[in-house]
Ligand binder design. Structure first.
Ligand SMILES: *[C@@H]1O[C@H](CO)[C@@H](O)[C@H](O)[C@H]1NC(C)=O
Ligand SMILES: *[C@@H]1O[C@H](CO)[C@@H](O)[C@H](O)[C@H]1NC(C)=O
Length: 256
């Protein structure tokens, strides 16, 4: 019975190919729910795509009707799967380079939603659908309990083993240095070339301006920025962005 069934399937499939323009087109069924269920509100998937491709910028909150969708995306498998593919490509690229071993090849890592995950906080605060609350977010950061984004931790470790130095460049402010360093160590990031936090001289400046300026300093000091990974476009735009940039997903918030 079984071989016959397979044969029939193959015949049908190849006929389907030969028929060219008349072959059937099946609607894509987006499977981004926590259990792989089709998501009823497909427009939230479109919203996420448009956000990730930076066609919508400067948005303050996730649309109310997409809170459930973003929550399922973040806590379900899709966020992790997407992150995994990004990191896989970053590693393919890193391995293709001739790392000189002179200690001057660096990779920039953003911290929030890149190295560390604030998902435990956002899961209790509407996944970005509620207005940003600086007070409660700061309270969360000061706990120093953010878990690692596992895919980024893997990239971090592999890069170190390839002889690439890591520079953390974060929008977290200078007064959060010790808690941030302790949090990084807690999740397994024990070493870095630099940990750059936003100093008071950059107060009121966009992340693009601040991060570009700090990357320029890094290059002035003789380092080569071979790669750069972050969840925000503002981590990856501006000047001195590095030879290649890698954008991790983040449908929860937007930083200029
Ligand atoms: C922001 O968070 C703080 C600390 O949890 C809370 O007291 C305050 O009410 C929140 N503000 C708003 C507007 O929700
Ligand atoms: C990286 O970028 C710099 C500056 O644009 C360039 O000089 C260098 O050749 C690039 N390196 C690689 C490996 O592409």
């Amino acid at each position: 019975m079984l071989p016959l069934f397979f044969l029939a399937t193959i015949v049908v499939a190849s006929q389907g190919l030969d028929l060219g323009p008349t072959h059937q087109i099946h609607l894509l069924r987006p499977q981004a729910g926590s259990r792989g269920d089709p998501v009823p509100d497909v427009s939230c998937l479109s919203w996420r795509l448009v956000v990730e491709t930076r066609n919508i910028i400067g948005w303050a909150t996730v649309p109310q009707e997409c809170e459930g969708y973003v929550g399922h995306y973040m806590l379900g498998h899709q966020y992790r799967k997407d992150s995994k593919v990004v990191v896989k490509e970053a590693l393919v690229y890193a391995r293709s380079l001739k790392v000189t071993g002179d200690g001057k090849d660096v990779w920039i890592f953003d911290i929030d939603e890149t190295t560390l995950s604030n998902l435990p906080y956002y899961a209790e605060n509407g996944f970005g659908a509620e207005p940003y609350n600086a007070t409660s977010f700061k309270q969360w950061v000061l706990k120093g309990q953010a878990p690692a984004l596992p895919e980024s931790l893997k990239l971090y470790k592999k890069l170190l083993s390839l002889g690439v130095k890591v520079v953390f460049l974060t929008g977290r402010t200078e007064d959060q240095r010790s808690v941030t360093a302790a949090n990084l160590k807690r999740v397994g990031c024990h070493t870095w070339e630099k940990l750059i936090l936003k100093g008071s001289s950059y107060r009121g400046q966009t992340a693009v301006v601040y991060k570009s300026s700090e990357r320029k300093k890094i290059e002035k000091n003789g380092y080569r920025i071979i790669g750069n990974i972050g969840d925000q476009w503002s981590d990856l735009m501006g000047t001195n962005t590095g030879n290649r940039t890698f954008k991790l997903p983040d449908p929860m918030y937007y930083i200029n």
